[in-house]
Write a protein that binds this ligand. Structure first.
Ligand code: ASP
Length: 457
């Protein structure tokens, strides 16, 4: 798969500040203006002798809702639409090409199978930790009920509707069966608005997995289709790159629209969300990775983490698993002393296909935003979130912000408005740095476990 980036793009380098700084600035501008407008509109006025400030208050009371919902919000949605329009082609191409790369697995026999099994175990552990924490701490539930209703109403998601939706929710058996599409095109058409017959995006993902598997065994005959898929992937990434260039303005508008209506409570919820995501990542690193390295490879976790620290730091500063690959390979050879064929195979595939931090983060974001919007997710829908997050960990490009399009898709699939992404986008970069550390460490854990006890401790 080509290493293109959703967010790093030559055009964005023309600006003096990096994109993530401008998105953060967009967040700050949106929040400061939104909160100021909210405060001004809700202050009490001096009826007897209205001053200039009182005039502003009266004007805001009459116009703020219009500005927020009819101007700021539509502008904020432009970049989201650009992302959404590329999601289906991106998912199909990224996932099938990812599986195609994994298809080389057959050449390496046992190594391939071990890689696949450990990848699944590590990803499922990560998503489970994230979902358990977010269900337990309920970071999004700190929003007062009237504000939640306001938010839900604004995105045409009245509480009654979401309750009705969750009652129609399918059983786990049907949820799992519907992952296999009868007609992938029909699933793709309905994937974004929830009108698909089966499991929507998850079914499309399943189709992409099967397609990738078939391409892997098809050999040279299927080569032209691989070329087409590579082209589709590159084009999707270019368009998403364009969308991200206008993201700072989109985020400013979306946050203005939200905070001007809801005040500061949403920021408190956001703080709790960051704490939940970071705690989940720390648990995956300290508990799951340490146990895996210790039990499967018989290696001291302390020694292991000391040896891979250079790769962790590179991942933190680049926010990209792909960009960290050369460092990870060097660490695997020079510090961990892993067999070269195993580390090259596992780390190359893992830099795109094994992203535990991303999978954990996607699960946490989706449940957090469901709580913010007051969408009740049934057990079947939560299983969908787990499966989609695990698959998203395979399909996400190892580049800064690579998981954003997939988060929007999982949100839409379980009935949470995709616009919710605007709430977390402003602080995404710092969390991206953290989850990339987890992604890269996970690849090195994977390589160490696959190599087993042949490694030096
Ligand atoms: N930045 C991540 C990586 O490269 C992907 C993501 O979660 O956005 O590993």
């Amino acid at each position: 798969m080509t290493d293109s980036s959703a967010t790093t793009n030559p055009a964005s380098e023309r600006h003096s500040w990096p994109l993530h700084t401008r998105i953060l600035l967009g967040l700050l501008v949106g929040v400061v203006l939104g909160l100021t407008a909210n405060l001004l509109a809700s202050r009490s006025i001096n009826e007897a002798q209205p001053g200039a400030l009182d005039d502003i208050t009266l004007w805001l009371r009459a116009n703020l809702e219009f500005i927020a919902t009819q101007i700021a919000e539509p502008v904020g949605k432009i970049f989201l639409r650009l992302i959404l329009m590329m999601v289906v082609p991106l998912v199909v191409s990224a996932l099938s090409l990812g599986v195609l790369e994994l298809g080389d697995v057959r050449r390496l026999g046992r190594v391939g199978l071990k890689t696949l099994v450990y990848t699944l175990i590590l990803s499922v552990c990560a998503v489970t930790i994230g979902l358990t924490l977010v269900n337990w701490w309920q970071p999004g539930a700190s929003l007062p009920p009237e504000q939640r209703d306001k938010l839900a109403e604004r995105y045409q998601l009245k509480a009654a509707e979401s309750v009705a939706k969750s009652k129609q929710a399918k059983s786990i058996k049907d949820t799992l069966l519907d992952i296999i599409p009868e007609n992938p095109l029909q699933e793709a058409v309905g994937a974004l608005d929830g009108t698909s017959k089966g499991n929507g995006m998850l079914a499309v993902m399943f189709f992409a997995l099967i397609l990738g598997g078939a391409l892997a065994v098809g050999g040279p005959r299927t080569g032209p289709l691989v070329g087409v898929l590579e082209g589709v992937f590159d084009v999707s990434m270019i368009v998403i790159g364009w969308a991200m260039r206008i993201a700072p303005y989109g985020v400013a508008c979306l946050l203005f629209s939200i905070t001007s209506q809801l005040g500061g409570d949403i920021l408190y919820a956001l703080g709790r969300f960051v704490a939940t995501a970071v705690t989940g990542m720390v648990l995956q690193m300290v508990v799951v990775y340490s146990l895996a390295v210790w039990l499967i490879a018989g290696k001291s976790p302390l020694v292991f983490f000391r040896q891979i620290s250079e790769a962790m730091l590179t991942a933190f500063s680049t926010s990209s698993s792909n960009a960290t690959l050369p460092t990870a390979l060097r660490v695997a050879h020079e510090k961990l002393d892993l067999p070269r064929d195993i580390s090259q195979f596992v780390l190359t595939i893992g830099s795109t296909g094994n992203q535990n931090g991303t999978a954990l983060y996607e699960g946490v974001v989706v449940l957090f935003l469901a709580q913010v919007f007051g969408v009740e997710l049934s057990l079947g829908q939560q299983v969908t979130v787990v499966l989609m997050s695990v698959l998203a960990g395979v399909g996400t490009a190892g580049v800064p912000g690579g998981s954003i399009p997939l988060i929007v898709i999982v949100l839409q699939t379980v009935g949470v408005p995709g616009e919710g992404i605007g709430i977390i986008l402003g602080i995404d970069r710092i969390l991206d740095m953290c989850r990339t550390v987890l992604n890269v460490s996970g690849d090195l854990v994977l390589a160490t476990c696959v190599a087993g006890r042949n490694t030096r401790s």
